[in-house]
Design a protein around this ligand. Structure first.
Ligand code: HEC
Length: 118
């Protein structure tokens, strides 16, 4: 019995070690984006949402692969979590840390990346 339990334990450890980083929940991220981000960043991520015209800084064009390729996931994560001001971008990009957990923010990063179609 003891042996059985310990082999179950070993299996659990091995399984854990091979579980990849959790897959992004793109459907949930799209829903969050469409609800909270579209008005500035635009449905297609071009930075042309209806509210963009009122901003001093145009939101980034997420479809511009060249520019987006130079920005790390960490930076995108940071801006969504802590706001534009945290990395010297416009403060019109508010911090979303009170609205979204880290996993949801990672999913939003993946979603924002999906606008660049190579
Ligand atoms: C009030 C308008 C507004 C809203 C709403 C808004 N943003 Fe932004 N966002 C901006 C502006 C302005 C910037 C800074 C300029 C830029 O895009 O580089 C920015 C920057 C960003 C960046 C960083 C781009 C870069 O170049 O590093 C990301 C990522 C981002 N926003 C994602 C989001 C997400 C996800 C949401 C919704 C949860 C959201 N934004 C909501 C206006 C907005």
């Amino acid at each position: 019995m003891k042996r059985l339990i310990s082999s179950i334990g070993v299996c659990a450890i091995i399984a854990c070690a091979f579980v990849p980083v959790r897959a992004a929940d793109m459907a949930a991220a799209k829903q969050s984006y469409d609800t909270f981000c579209v008005k500035c960043h635009g449905t297609a991520g071009k930075g042309d949402g209806p509210a963009a015209a009122t901003l001093a800084t145009n939101p980034r064009n997420f479809t511009d692969c060249g520019t987006m390729g130079k920005i790390s996931d960490d930076t995108l994560f940071n801006v969504i979590k802590n706001g534009g001001g945290s990395v010297g971008l416009s403060k019109d990009m508010q911090a979303w840390s009170t609205g979204f957990g880290d996993d949801e923010i990672h999913d939003l990063v993946a979603y924002v990346r999906s606008f660049c179609k190579k």
